[in-house]
Design a protein around this ligand. Sequence first.
Ligand code: ATP
Length: 583
Amino acid sequence: MAENNAPPAEKVVPLTEPPKEGEAEGEKGPSKGALKKMQKEKEKAEKAAARKAAEEAQKKQAEADDVSKNDYGELDPFGRHPGIPSNEKVPRVKLSTVAEEFQDTSKMDEPEGPHVVFTATVANSRGQSAKLAFMELEQEYNTIQAVIAASETLSRQMVKFTTSIPSQSRVLVHALIKKPKEPVKSTTIQNLEAHIKKIYIVCKADAQLPLQVADAERPIPVEGEEDNTKDQEDGRPIVTLNTRLNNRTIDLRAKHNQAIFAIKAGVSQLFREFLGAHGFKDVQSPALLGAPSEGGANVFEVTYFGGKAYLAQSPQLYKQMLITANFLKVMEVGPVFRAENSNTARHLTEFTGLDMEMELMDETDYHEVVGLLENLMLHIFKGLRSRYSKETDLVRSIYHVEEFKLPEAGKVPRLTFAEGIQMLREDGVEIADMDDLSTPDEKRLGALVLKKYGSDFYVMDKYPLAVRPFYTMPDPATYGSDPNDPNAGYSNSYDFFMRGQEIMSGAQRIHQASFLEKRMKEHVSPVDANSPGLRDYVNAFRAGCNAHAGGGIGLERIVMLWLGLPNVRLASLFPRDPTRLAP
Ligand code: ATP
């Protein structure tokens, strides 16, 4: 069937149209009044049709006269435009390269300025007049001012088109790079501007987005003050964390968010880099388990081919099983799941674990692992300082927190749990020797350590045995000190802290099957060594195993605390918490 491309005919009201209700006058047909009204409507419709035809003709003429008609417009889904020859291949540049190359503008030897082609995001645009418009174009961390001015070779239609492009659209730009009359204050590239010669929309953004990137580029509201929807100073909206997370792909466009995730990738890379250089094998343990293993409470149950499976709460047991299998140093970066209904600023239900486990050279001293872990953290901190200072400064321009203080000359403050308790007591906290530390106590201790040692990073060693998991090696000096309580005394375990918040838990683990079985029975929360979740684990030690120790670090916590972010969700791309599973 042939397609009918003719425009739909204008609706003309026929004179013979039946009279409307209330217009009928006996048997004689329409009244005089009704006829007059119909006549008027007909004239109105004819006039509208004529106006429309004239506009169409004008538009066609304008298009025919448009000197720039090939130089702007919307690209089709395949990146094509009638104005771009199909065989045209123009190399695209990065704004960062342009900025670097022309840092010294006297190097721009072309009389008109160098001609460049690049794709960018429209951060904003404003029309100054029918002949002149400005845009801010963005590529990664770089922004440049773009100017478009009507001339004999650039039509007003093209200027109008440019100002109509919605913010956040992706555009392809051909431009001449010039030195602006005055440095541009609002962009990162201040000594250059792009004079647009061609502009095509690669992908148009909706005119009304649910979240403005400019609003996402501000701190989240302080906890408890989410109802203050306007900034006191400039009256701009303060968007809640919830709205930002609901529209995360727009939120993530905010430059400080780009920086947060560059830093997160950096931490993961620095972790692998350091341990890799120390002979650790990168391993992948299963996340799907046939039975809960580390205590049943905080584990997610999932259906599995008509039966049940469980999501791993950490790779702990598998890391140790690999030690029994002669993988003498292992590391793993992977997701771990916690079914904790903790709606706090530091808990997620899925986070990234940075885990390691290693054999001990000396089975009587686990401190070689504590030392290695301290050096690992210092390597990460120093790497962040040297490689990610630009990103760190960017985030700190939004979240103003004190710079993270590293210990002097790399000497990490290492206190015992007992010393920590003593420091708290001296500061007026009422706390018993073996009490587990509450979060406020931990933060307070962090402040005391900072004051005393000048470091935001410290280690606490020798936790009470009763507060650690069943696989933790008791401290030989205090184990069995109370004949009535097998969990009395301390353990060979340690936690690492940043800004007074825990980022890592670790310990020497039990490596003999018989002692492991004993501790499983006598633990504060006893577990069954023959249960389906633990049987294979315990059996692995029956073939012999080296003394070993290790630790598990929360990647999002490091990022949050390094940058002083107010919420761990800001360090997770698509955070999962008890009330959020999307996007
Ligand atoms: P917390 O006491 O903070 O709940 P935890 O003692 O349960 O932590 P571990 O099981 O020892 O933590 O986990 C090791 C590390 O993993 C922690 O030090 C922390 O950095 C991180 N981590 C633990 N639970 C969470 C969580 N729910 N969300 C984000 N990170 C976590």
